[in-house]
Design a binder for this molecule. Structure first.
Ligand code: FAD
Length: 470
């Protein structure tokens, strides 16, 4: 067993572990050991399907110190007119380069890829079996809390007969050419990306069946853009959401109001969605998805056999025997049901979580800044209340209140406010930097936000209480 020593032992070199260390390198003189089972930093992005892209603009994803992409606006495709969205390979390359060119040259980071952390400050090489034990002078940082799974990693919850071809989307570009009919399984963003990929690449909409157990409300990409040019759709979108929060009589009414102001979208306007996972679509992607008419709603697949899918309610849905099934049923984030959030700072343990949903990397950077610049756990936790990621439309409400509460607390500390205002991961930082807020239209929006925040929060608390008691 080899003995090592460090200030911080970081488990996981996915996006949040990397972002935490990046900010800590700037804010402290500490040393770090980073351990991960993967061969490269970037976590699940290394296992992603080839046509994956960020939901949000690259402009405010990644670590705080280093731009991801080149801040350009796409001129073609379904993201036309909006800030670029990094692909999976771009994100993996970005984190790999950060490790090689920024972290390791400081001499303060030791990186152990292909190693499994086994608890109790020990880890083991997955290749040689060599064991390491670490003397941790300050803290252990758990950057594995979200347990992110992607289709290529997960275990299917349904049976597939041997003569059926059922693949993760990772294999789709290679295998699609051998098939004329496609069934996409799952209702989340991966299934939406897969349907859009098939249509963008020329598949006939009638050749696609979409098994969508739950319809989803999705965020409109036009209201998630950074910078002064999008101030009226992004900050204006937030102002519209506050109006909806202030006036809504129920969760359903809240989402209908947000749909009316175009901050929320749904594929089929005759269906009331029961899921909300922060998926984001542009109007172009939505139009593509609406071309698919064979949608099997409200049920999950239990078994796929030659000529039919047997659903969990026992119903048999006929299927063409040549169909290619694409399994998009992995839940990206798998939280413990009995412990969906944890206190972030607990003695010698930091558990990285979301403190501004759904922005995981901004959250990890804020937690690092707070760790570096505040003294007691009490003070640190008061600035980093975990925000639970939503699964349903009703859960959008506490998650949005959590964001508002944390942002308000950050704004009350002069130094923290100065830092968040310039942090590239803060979606509003670009607009602040570009001098937004001075024009009369901007002032009017800011005024509306100030005026409506409190009534909106109060009404939403009432709706949360009602939805908890029903
Ligand atoms: C398709 C897709 C699109 C997304 N788009 C966005 C987006 O636009 N914006 C956004 O904010 N978020 C997005 N997300 C959410 C995304 O999950 C996060 O952005 C982020 O990449 C998650 O990083 P992580 O570090 O929490 O997890 P992971 O990437 O899972 O990293 C955790 C790491 O910990 C390692 N690990 C776990 N246990 C151990 C152990 N015992 N020993 C050693 N190593 C261990 C794993 O090997 C892994 O590398 C998206 C997610 C998906 C699936």
């Amino acid at each position: 067993m080899q003995q090592l020593e460090t200030d911080y032992l970081v488990i996981g070199t996915g996006a949040i572990g990397m972002t935490f260390v990046d900010t800590m390198l700037d804010e402290t003189d500490a040393t770090f050991i980073m351990v991960d089972r993967h061969h490269m930093p970037g976590g699940h992005w290394n296992d992603a399907y080839p046509f994956v892209r960020l939901h949000q603009p690259s402009a405010f994803y990644g670590v705080a110190s280093t731009e991801l992409g080149s801040n350009r606006i796409d001129e073609t495709g379904s993201n036309q007119g909006y800030y670029e969205l990094a692909s999976g390979p771009e994100i993996s390359a970005y984190f790999e380069k950060l490790m090689r060119e920024r972290f390791l040259p400081t001499g303060r980071v030791q990186y152990f890829p292909m190693c499994n952390y086994e608890g109790n400050k020990t880890f083991q090489s997955l290749l040689s079996g060599k064991q390491y034990t670490v003397k941790v002078n300050k803290k252990i940082v758990d950057a594995t809390f979200f347990n992110t799974t992607v289709p290529s990693m997960h275990k299917r919850s349904f049976e597939v007969a041997t003569e059926i071809t059922c693949i993760p989307p990772n294999d789709l570009p290679r295998i699609a050419v051998n098939h004329k009919r496609f069934t996409v399984l799952g209702g989340g963003k991966t299934s939406m990306d897969t349907c859009v990929w098939l249509l963008d690449n020329g598949a006939d909409p009638d050749s696609i069946t979409w098994v969508c157990p739950r319809d989803s409300w999705v965020m409109n990409r036009k209201s998630t853009q950074p910078g002064v040019d999008f101030f009226e759709t992004t900050v204006g979108g937030f102002a519209d959401n506050l109006d909806a929060m202030r006036d809504a009589a129920s969760v359903e009414d809240l989402f209908l109001r947000m749909e009316a102001s175009e901050t929320m979208l749904r594929v089929d306007q005759t269906v009331t969605p029961t899921m909300f996972h922060y998926a984001t679509l542009s109007a172009g992607e939505l139009e593509q998805l609406r071309r698919i008419k064979n949608v099997v709603r409200g049920q999950r697949v239990e078994r796929i056999e030659a000529g039919q899918m047997v659903m969990t309610n026992g119903e048999a849905v006929p299927a063409n025997e040549q169909t290619l099934y694409i399994d998009c049923t992995a839940r990206a984030v798998v939280l413990e049901e009995d412990e969906p959030t944890k206190t972030v700072f607990q003695g010698d343990l930091i558990t990285l979580q979301v403190v501004f949903a759904p922005l995981l990397t901004y959250s990890a950077a804020v937690i690092a800044y707070v760790e570096a610049n505040f003294e007691t756990d009490k003070e640190k936790n008061s600035l980093c209340t975990p925000v639970q990621l939503a699964d349903t439309p009703a859960e959008w409400m506490p998650s949005t209140l959590g964001n508002m509460w944390n942002s308000f607390n950050w704004s009350q500390n002069k130094e923290l406010r100065r830092w968040t205002d310039q942090c590239r991961l803060n979606p509003n930082a670009a607009a602040i930097r570009e001098g937004a807020g001075k024009e009369p239209a901007h002032k009017e929006l800011i005024g509306r936000i100030r005026q409506n925040s409190m009534p909106a929060m109060m009404n939403v608390q009432k709706l949360i209480a009602e939805s908890n008691s029903s």
